[in-house]
Design a protein around this ligand. Sequence first.
Ligand code: PLP
Length: 398
Amino acid sequence: MQRLFSPAGNDRDFTSAAPGYWAGEEVSQEDWNNWAWQLRNRVTTLAGLEQRLVLTDEERAGVILSGNKLALAITPHFFNLIHPTDPDCPIRRQVVPRIEESYDNAEEMADPCGEDSHMPVPGLVHRYPDRVLFLVTDRCASYCRYCTRSRVVSGVGEQELHTEWEAAFQYLEKHTEIRDVLLSGGDALLLSDNKLEALLKRLRSIEHIEFLRIGSRVPIFLPQRITPKLCEMLAKYHPLWMSVHVNHPRELTTEVKEALERLANHGIPLGNQSVLLRGVNDDPAVYKVLVQKLLRCRVRPYYLYQCDLIKGSSHLRTSVAKGLEIIEQLRGHTTGYAVPQFVIDAPGGGGKVPLNPDYLIHRDDGITLVRNYENKVFAYPEPTAKPLNFEIAGFRRD
Ligand SMILES: *Cc1c(COP(=O)(O)O)cnc(C)c1O
């Protein structure tokens, strides 16, 4: 509890928080850097939280009530980023349960993206014409309290994930229109190297599958998992891309940066998918630090998601206007590569829908009027339009 936190605004720097709360426990470097040790030593109980943090009543109640909804689990690596006393800590809000998780809201759902109704085979979501989402496991290294799949992950909820790998492979073999398979879960990087390799090898044996992706928060929760051996294995199955999940710049520690660099050095293009969360990243200044820091880790911001209408997420959701404001404060103001696409995953199962700030002021057959990031207005005449009689300072156009 005697840890010091960097003052606000210093989240730009890459720092290591290890051994942090474990300083008094004489953990060897070897253990700390071992991903199995990190998993075995996750904080999963109220007592484990209270041993290290001062909890509020709302958090204590949240832990007790979350027991049959979505398990509590936080790796020591990630736990070290949590402020010991501040319930508004942006890291803490993502992984420590709160009483609000048990609130009932009419608009919230157990399956907000309508995935269950788009599964031709258990565990395989086929919503778009040429690609599928393959849920390969129900376990994660740590559990995000706003998880869109909380109904099936962590092993304590009402539903279980019944993935049938063999049936999924047969479906993929039959459906030659599928050229892109996205592995998710749960988190595919929690599978052993051998099991993951068998899966990738099997997918690669299907000729029409051109492109493989893994969606994972393991590089952030458990950077120790990104071993050189894992990277070498993954590199055998190119083109293989990875989407990671970082919401706040503080998550990009020294260890995470090194893990991301290892992946990038093995030719794996990296994207980031973040969720817009109240009190975590719903601030244009914080978000700008995040995306700029991601570029320094060779990660291209890919999507910014409006938080799904998942049950018990009211305290973490914020307005659509806030997402648009964040994008508007990035576009033009910083590197284009740093600007993600803001999307809503349409409630009920419509898929991702892009939302953009409006830069179009007027458009007709002759002219398009736009505004730029500084709110200056510009005209673009259509090729077929009659020449405009512009008068520009000192230059007359005839
Ligand atoms: C997000 C998602 C994909 C991948 O979408 P991209 O826009 O290609 O990244 C595929 N299937 C499902 C069901 C998804 O939710």
